[in-house]
Design a protein around this ligand. Structure first.
Ligand SMILES: C[S@@+](CC[C@H](N)C(=O)[O-])C[C@H]1O[C@@H](n2cnc3c(N)ncnc32)[C@H](O)[C@@H]1O
Length: 430
């Protein structure tokens, strides 16, 4: 999914620089399993915690004694966090806010081509709010244990990898998992696990299969990201032409799922676990680490045409500003010069079902900007509305949509009518 757990031995050895030799010789194991059995290893856990500044915390707050997660609509999340991420959460304006829920239940979870999946139970429109959910757990995506890494000198790469995975599972993830009540633990372990055979423990396996990025909750440095596991949202399968997107709101500590294009009743709802504008081969390479061999339309051979469209789409974004400036500077170019270019790209986006991608936003914006320059409020509102719905799907906020639906907003922009003015001065008739 969005985030991939990596043991990151590079960063552990780099972090080791501050560890004195006595630590490493005391803790040096004779085999991988020794690392867990030796009493010294227990002390290393404390050292690791101190060094890495990791804390177990329930967000937004500890539930009352005996409270069951399943009985509470808002729920709470068991987190393993470093202090910078925790500080970000606690200082977010509005935190802790109640999650904002959709008006109705418009999906069900059921059998799909890829195990379980999510299906629309009514027609959905772009921007529709499908689900809000607080995660069961939030944990770091990389394994930070510099002192422990010192214990592993002399082991083979495979032994070292296995020792690190075991240690992360038992000493770090298990205490977080144990803070869930028994029904929530069962729900967690019931999620898909495509890492059951690769040495990951059961908790790590579920996180690696299901964990997705918690936008905005991050520590400084390259390995500062976190992975969230949700009971329902993790049932959504991947497509390279997705129909929904997740967004994370720190203040309510919840994910929202929104439709990124229209979806028919009964259709499966997909999100993308990878960058959809990459080529099929690059996407497949990325998805392989999640045990996925994608068979969506754009991944089925021959992928040449789809790859080329996606590559051209990426490039088209870079050309937008230049095309606009050229058009403004050249009154001989047709009024709809940039509009036609972006409409062509939008038909490519629709052909590839990439409405969730950034390319859609860029081209909708280019069209609105051109209509504003032409002083055409009706069309600025028409395409602005789509742009507002796109933003709603990505942010859960309606402010952009409200602005774009208001002709007065477009008329009040400094670039309103600037292309018309050029024509009024006679330049358009040259
Ligand atoms: C987050 S889970 C999605 C829900 C899962 N299908 C279930 O039954 O719980 C991710 C797993 O679903 C499967 N999966 C998701 N999307 C897929 C796809 N496009 N093609 C093949 N398998 C997919 C893979 O087994 C993957 O490891």
């Amino acid at each position: 999914m969005d985030c991939l757990l990596s043991e990151n031995p590079g960063s552990t050895s780099e972090d080791d620089r501050g560890v004195d030799e006595a630590d490493s010789s005391e803790l040096a194991p004779r085999s991988a399993s020794d690392a867990f059995e030796a009493g010294d290893a227990e002390r290393a856990v404390d050292d690791d915690f101190a060094f890495n500044d990791l804390v177990y915390v329930t967000i937004p707050s500890d539930p009352p004694p005996g409270a069951k997660l399943a009985d509470d609509r808002d729920g709470w999340t068991q987190c393993l966090l470093r202090h910078p991420a925790l500080a970000t959460i606690l200082s977010t304006p509005g935190f802790p806010r109640r999650p904002h829920y959709p008006p109705d239940v418009c999906f069900c979870i059921g059998p799909s081509k890829h195990g379980l999946g999510m299906f629309a139970t009514r027609d959905l429109s772009m921007g529709d709010h499908i689900l809000t959910e607080r995660p069961l757990t939030v944990t770091p995506t990389t394994i930070p244990m510099p002192k422990f890494a010192r214990c592993l000198e002399g082991l083979t790469d495979e032994q070292r990898r296995q020792a690190i995975l075991d240690r992360w599972e038992k000493a770090f993830l298990l205490p977080c998992f144990n803070r869930l009540d028994s029904a929530a633990q069962a729900d967690f372990l019931d999620l898909a696990n495509s890492h059951a055979e690769d040495g990951s423990g059961p908790i790590l396996g579920v996180i690696r299969t299901n964990g997705f990025e918690v936008a905005g909750v991050v520590d400084p440095g390259p390995d500062g990201e976190y992975a969230a596991v949700c009971r329902i949202m993790c049932r959504i399968n991947h497509s390279c032409s997705p129909s929904a997107d997740r967004l994370f709101d720190i203040a309510s500590f919840s994910f929202q799922l929104r439709a990124t294009r229209d979806v028919k009743q009964g259709e499966e709802i997909f999100v993308s676990y990878c960058n959809v504008l990459e080529t099929a081969a690059d996407r497949q390479e990325y998805l392989a680490s999640y045990g996925i061999k994608c068979t969506c339309n754009s991944c089925l051979p021959d992928t040449t045409a789809s790859d080329q469209r996606r590559l051209d789409l990426r490039r088209s974004i870079d050309a937008i500003d230049n095309d606009y400036d050229t058009w403004l500077a050249d009154p001989l170019l047709a009024d709809d010069y940039t509009i036609k270019i972006s409409l062509r790209w939008i038909s490519v986006i629709q052909q590839e079902a990439l409405e969730a991608s950034d390319a859609y936003r860029h081209h909708l914006h280019a069209i609105v900007k051109a209509y504003v320059a032409l002083g055409d409020a009706e069309n600025a509102v028409k395409y602005g509305r789509l742009l507002g719905l796109w933003a709603l799907g990505q942010s859960g906020k309606e402010d952009m949509l409200r602005k774009m639906e208001n002709p007065g907003y477009h008329r009040g922009r400094p670039d309103w009518g600037i292309r018309v003015c050029a024509e009024d001065e006679g330049l358009g008739e040259i």
